[in-house]
Structures are given as structure tokens and as C-alpha cells.
Design a protein around this ligand. Structure first.
Ligand code: PMP
Length: 381
């Protein structure tokens, strides 16, 4: 790979751009146009109690958020909500930990339950399962290599973060009572991927962050079939944070409601807007990567039940690789582009994860810098 640090021709802008985190600021423009329709007024006397609905197993879930979640899934057709418990969390980050905790506790053994995910995996799973040094579960890494006996939890992310592929379980022990799965559907929404069927798994995680881009609200939800699992998840959240901010829930409910209302509109459909934006970004990225040493995954088309046509996938992250033996994260860093190292995702130095959800100007600078790396390489030849 080219060594670009001393090359004068590349300086377009001096700022470091951070595409390591998937901060979804790309959608701000859409919500600016929606204007006051999403504005929520909260008075000093509102939302003071810890409790939202004492009759609900998840008593800190605001009923209007529960309603908005069910309506949105119904309209999009991406997940079944009937006969399951909704557990709200401070982001799906908290819910993933709650689910791992609940399943491990209910496994009831004395040995830690193994937790695995197929590489390349969402690197935060590693921190989520190791940080508190729990004795109840143990991160065992790549699910493709997992062959231990005993209880285990497989984290399945589909479409996958970081590489955008559609995933199913890879450990596959269908008759094993000790095999548990948590499905993370953060990106199973029509702007990223065709909605090919309505998901119907035991534990499904969703995040407000990656649907609309409101990551700062820190709202996620789990759709859980089993009552005991839901109960234990709720207990975890009570111990961890005694519920979830009501202000955030009320604001999320309002935005999800507007999202649902506009999703049949010809002019204001958020998913249409998001899909067009992602398509445009992916096409421009592929153009830069074309005829270079960089690589990007190819995705199969699928029939999207939401849009009623066959569509491509436009993942929230680009899983950028290189054909050369090089440390790509460092090559990009020299260009003042921060990305997530493939090694952190259980992969190699030749891959990085790059966020596709930055603001437009940042994305443009990224493309320019990438194009320059390619240009310098061809001059080298
Ligand atoms: N799961 C996946 C696959 C993600 O990419 C993210 C966000 N990066 C999360 C969960 C966490 O989302 P939240 O903001 O709701 O905590």
C-alpha cells in the first residue's frame, strides 16, 4: 500500500474525519424539513414518576412508545410483535447486555455460558460481554470456530455490522436446548436492505438510533417471546438504571409515529429518502473503489415487501478491504480518516469498517481522500 504521509497533493482539508463510530447524522436534513411536526413539549410537572404502566411487565415502558413500535413494525412488515413482550432499553446496547444476562441466569449452570458471534462481528459485543467481568457468561469469540459443549448464546446481527451481509445462526444445534440466540436487527429496515420477510425469533433487538438517526435519544427495544426471559431483562434494567428516560421515550414515540405516518407518502417517505441517500453514497463509493486495490462486498438483490420491488442493499457501514498486505486502518489514519480496524471485528488488518452515515460534507471528504490514495498508488506503479 502507498505511503502517503509525505505526499503534498492530497491535502484537501486538514480536519480529521471520524468514520469509526456509526454516528447517524446523515438524516438530520430530513428531520429539519419535517420541522415542528416532531416537536414535543414537556412541562416541569410532566413525566416525574419512575413508573409508566404498572400493569405492564415492563412497567417503565411508556404506553405510547409501545404503541408506536407495534404500529411501525406492522407498517414495515419487518418483525412480528404479536404475543411478545416489549422491553425498552437505554439503547439496544443495554438490551443486549440485559438479554445475555437473562439467558445466562436462566441457563442455571455453574460454568459461564459461552457467548459467540460469527466474524466479522460488531466489535462492541466484545466489550459488552467482557467489561464487567461477569462470572455468568464468557465471550468466546468467533462463532464459526466454536465447538464447545454446554450452554451458549449466539449473537446474530442481520444485516451484519460490519460487513452488511444477511446472517443466520452459524453454530446450528437446532435440537440443543442449551443453544440460545439473540437476533440484533438494528439494520433490518428498508433504507438499508430489502425487507424479504417478517422476522419471528425469540429475542429480537431494535434500535431507534439506526432507523431514524436519533442515536442521542438512546432508545432501543427488544421483542421477547418468553415471559421469564423478558422478566429477567426487566430486572437487569431496573438494577442498572431503574428504567429508561421518559423524555426520550416520549420523543421517540412522537418521531416513530411521524415516521409511520409518512411511510406511505409519495413525497415524505423517510425510508425512500434514506434509501436514495444510501444508494447515492454507495454508488459514489463503488466508483472510487473501482479499478483500485480496494475491495467492497457485493450484495445480492432481494424482493422488498415494503417497497414492492426488487432492490439492492445499501448497508450503514462499508466493509472496505485491500488486496495488498497492509494495515488499512493505519493507511487511512495517515489520510486523517478514522475507521474501525478489522481486527477488532474478529477479522484482519486488511479490512476496516467505515461509517456510511456521516454528514454529507464528511462523506465527500472521505471519498476525496480515498480517491487520492488510489491515485497515488497508480502513480507509484
Ligand atoms: N447493534 C448494532 C449491530 C449496532 O450497530 C448498534 C449501534 N452501533 C447497536 C446495536 C447499538 O445501538 P444503540 O445506539 O441503540 O445502543
Amino acid at each position: 500500500m502507498v505511503k502517503v504521509e509525505n505526499t503534498k497533493s492530497i491535502a484537501m482539508s486538514d480536519s480529521i474525519i471520524n468514520l469509526d463510530h456509526g454516528d447517524p447524522t446523515a438524516y438530520e436534513e430530513y428531520w429539519r424539513k419535517i420541522g415542528d411536526r416532531c416537536t414535543v413539549t414537556i412541562r416541569g410537572c410532566d413525566l416525574m414518576s419512575y413508573f409508566s404502566d404498572v400493569n405492564n411487565l415492563c412497567w417503565f415502558l411508556e404506553p405510547e412508545l409501545a404503541e408506536a413500535i407495534k404500529e411501525l413494525h406492522g407498517a414495515v412488515g419487518n418483525a412480528a410483535t404479536e404475543d411478545r413482550y416489549i422491553v425498552v432499553g437505554t439503547g439496544s446496547t443495554q438490551l443486549c447486555q440485559a438479554a445475555v444476562h437473562a439467558l445466562s441466569l436462566l441457563a442455571g449452570g455453574t460454568e459461564p455460558v459461552s457467548v459467540v458471534a460469527a466474524a466479522p462481528y460488531y466489535s462492541t459485543y466484545v466489550e459488552e460481554t467482557t467489561y464487567v467481568r461477569s462470572g455468568m457468561y464468557k465471550w468466546e469469540g468467533d462463532a464459526w470456530r466454536f465447538d464447545k459443549k454446554g450452554p451458549f448464546i449466539e449473537l446474530v446481527t442481520s444485516p451484519n455490522n460490519p460487513d452488511g451481509t444477511i446472517r443466520e445462526t452459524v453454530v446450528n444445534r437446532p435440537d440443543d436446548e442449551e443453544a440460545k440466540v439473540i437476533h440484533d436487527f438494528a439494520y433490518y429496515w428498508p433504507h438499508y436492505t430489502p425487507i424479504t420477510h417478517c422476522q419471528d425469533h425469540d429475542i429480537m433487538l431494535f434500535t431507534f438510533s439506526k432507523i431514524t438517526g436519533h442515536a442521542g435519544s438512546r432508545i432501543g427495544w427488544a421483542l421477547v417471546k418468553d415471559k421469564e426471559v423478558a422478566k429477567k431483562m426487566v430486572e437487569y434494567i431496573i438494577v442498572n438504571s431503574i428504567g429508561v428516560s421518559k423524555e426520550s421515550q416520549v420523543r421517540s414515540a412522537k418521531i416513530l409515529k411521524v415516521l409511520k405516518e409518512t411511510c406511505t407518502s409519495e413525497t415524505e417517505n423517510f425510508f425512500e429518502y434514506g434509501r436514495e441517500m444510501m444508494k447515492n453514497r454507495w454508488e459514489r463509493l463503488r466508483e472510487v473503489v473501482k479499478e483500485s486495490d480496494f475491495t467492497l462486498p457485493k450484495y445480492p438483490e432481494g424482493y422488498c415487501n415494503f417497497f414492492g420491488k426488487t432492490l439492492e442493499s445499501y448497508p450503514a457501514f462499508a466493509w472496505l478491504g485491500t488486496k495488498e498486505e497492509t494495515d488499512l486502518v493505519n493507511d487511512l489514519r495517515r489520510q486523517k480518516v478514522m475507521s474501525r480496524a478489522g481486527e477488532r471485528c474478529g477479522s484482519d488488518k486488511k479490512h476496516v469498517r467505515v461509517s456510511m452515515l456521516s454528514r454529507e460534507d464528511v462523506f465527500n471528504v472521505f471519498l476525496e481522500r480515498l480517491a487520492n490514495m488510489k491515485l497515488i498508488k497508480s502513480i507509484d506503479l
